[in-house]
Design a protein around this ligand. Structure first.
Ligand code: UD1
Length: 416
């Protein structure tokens, strides 16, 4: 397994171009099952999870080809079986269930795996799809779904799950009649998916708000679409600059979608300003501790929680992080403490004592965003930090080490 050796680096300086959003591209790829004809997706990050999605699309009967950051997809005769070998590596692949039901009336999809951050059930997905007229059975780890035709429904979600909202939008796009989703997730990636489907001929309104209305259409057609920028990658670099006392210009940084993060970083003393060509991030005075609560969008994203925890280790005073979205998402804390951090976890709250001198150590990445927080910690820790199990990082960050190296970080990949 590859690992990264991160050495204490000076202030980062230069320009970083933010890639296309993984979390927007994944559901959009699954939505490509719905239209007929050629689809061209631009600004798709080249990541392991994207390759897995393309492999899954191939197995389901679609042709996919990659050129640079553009993927061309064209689906032929579809096959309803999504095998365990692929779905287990990536939770988002469960999103093929709804589109397969919409087009074929049947689907056989393995129960998902994914990051080790809590139980992560799919009950909200399945309950919503049932309301649209699907029935499900569980057989040997597979979800077997059937329908005589999906029909619009009024769905009130018990929690604004991102994946479930995306799943229901896809299934309802070609259902008969109108669907209303209440308590829908408002994440920008949900809106990006709806915008893509609208470009294919769907009639979806209210994306980005908590009530989404979908008027089902008979068919969708291929289109050309540019995937939004990755707000989590952008947010990670926004933290790398002040952490190292440096200054970065972030190109294609979706600042409006990072509002909750920018508010907290400014409170910590970070300078963030829109300038010609992007967003400039620099360290202001000394960093000071803050309190952060993760919430559904537009609240502070759970996907930035681990990275800001690393930044808090360098800030003056106490900080607090409350994780409200996932159970078991503090696995980076143990590793940060092994590097000299002083973080105590009680239930779903972490208390961080700042101004700690971190020291390099061999550490193990447990999930995608935890890996990013350990790489960040390595940039300011004395000596060498060896980040193991970086396949998690490769799932979610396009060329992270190249981008960091280009702005002055000392990182090398050791190939297994
Ligand atoms: C997506 C993102 C992930 C991000 C998360 C929250 C992708 C590929 N992943 O994940 O990076 O951290 O949103 O912003 O876009 N839940 C249920 N039942 C369900 C579905 C979810 O109980 O049927 C619970 C989950 O266990 C979790 C919470 O709801 O505790 C949030 O999950 P959800 O919003 O669905 O996240 P994902 O779509 O899996």
């Amino acid at each position: 397994m590859d690992k990264l050796i991160v050495e204490k680096s000076g202030p980062l300086s230069g320009t970083v171009t933010i890639s296309g959003s993984k979390n927007a591209a994944l559901p959009i790829l699954m939505a490509c099952i719905l239209p007929t004809g050629r689809i061209e997706l631009q600004n798709v990050p080249r990541l392991a999870d994207i390759r897995t999605s393309c492999k899954l699309l191939n197995i389901l009967g679609c042709n996919t080809s990659f050129e640079g950051n553009t993927v061309v997809i064209e689906c032929g005769q579809l096959n309803p079986h999504a095998p365990y070998e692929l779905v287990k590596t990536m939770r988002a692949s469960v999103l093929c269930l709804g589109p397969l039901l919409a087009v074929l009336g049947e689907a056989r999809v393995s129960m998902p795996g994914g990051c080790a951050i809590g139980a992560r059930p799919v009950d909200i997905h399945l309950t919503g799809l049932e309301q649209l007229g699907a029935t499900f059975e569980l057989e040997e780890g597979y979800i077997i779904g059937r329908t005589d035709g999906l029909k619009g429904a009024h769905i009130v979600m018990r929690f604004p799950s991102v994946g479930a909202t995306e799943h229901l939008i896809m299934a309802a796009a070609m259902a008969e009649g109108e669907t209303v989703i209440e308590n829908a997730a408002r994440e920008p990636e949900v809106a990006d998916l709806a915008n893509f489907l609208n470009a294919c001929g769907a009639r979806i309104e209210g994306q980005g708000t908590s009530v989404i209305r979908i008027e089902g259409v008979n068919g969708l057609r291929g289109t050309t679409y540019r995937v939004m920028s990755d707000r989590i990658e952008a947010g990670t670099f926004m933290m790398a600059a002040p952490l190292t006392g440096g200054e970065l210009l972030l190109e294609h940084c979706p600042l409006p979608e990072l509002d909750a993060v920018a508010v907290k970083l400014r409170e910590m003393g970070v300078c963030i300003e829109e300038v010609a060509g992007g967003v400039r991030v620099a360290c202001g005075d000394d960093l000071v501790g803050v309190d952060v609560e993760t919430m559904p969008y537009p609240g502070f994203p759970t996907d930035m929680q681990a990275q800001i925890t690393t930044l808090m280790c360098s800030a003056k005073g106490l900080s607090m992080v409350e994780e409200n979205i996932f159970e078991n998402r503090f696995m980076h804390v143990m590793e940060l403490n092994r590097m000299g951090a002083d973080i105590k976890v009680k239930g779903h709250t972490a208390i961080i004592k700042g101004m700690r001198k971190l020291v390099g150590a061999p550490v193990m990445a447990s999930d995608l965003r935890a890996s990013a927080s350990l790489v960040l910690a390595g940039l300011v820790a004395e000596g060498k930090t060896e980040v193991q199990r970086i396949y998690h990082l490769d799932r979610g960050y396009e060329k992270m080490e190249d981008k960091l190296t280009a702005v002055g970080a000392r990182i090398t990949r050791v190939r297994a």
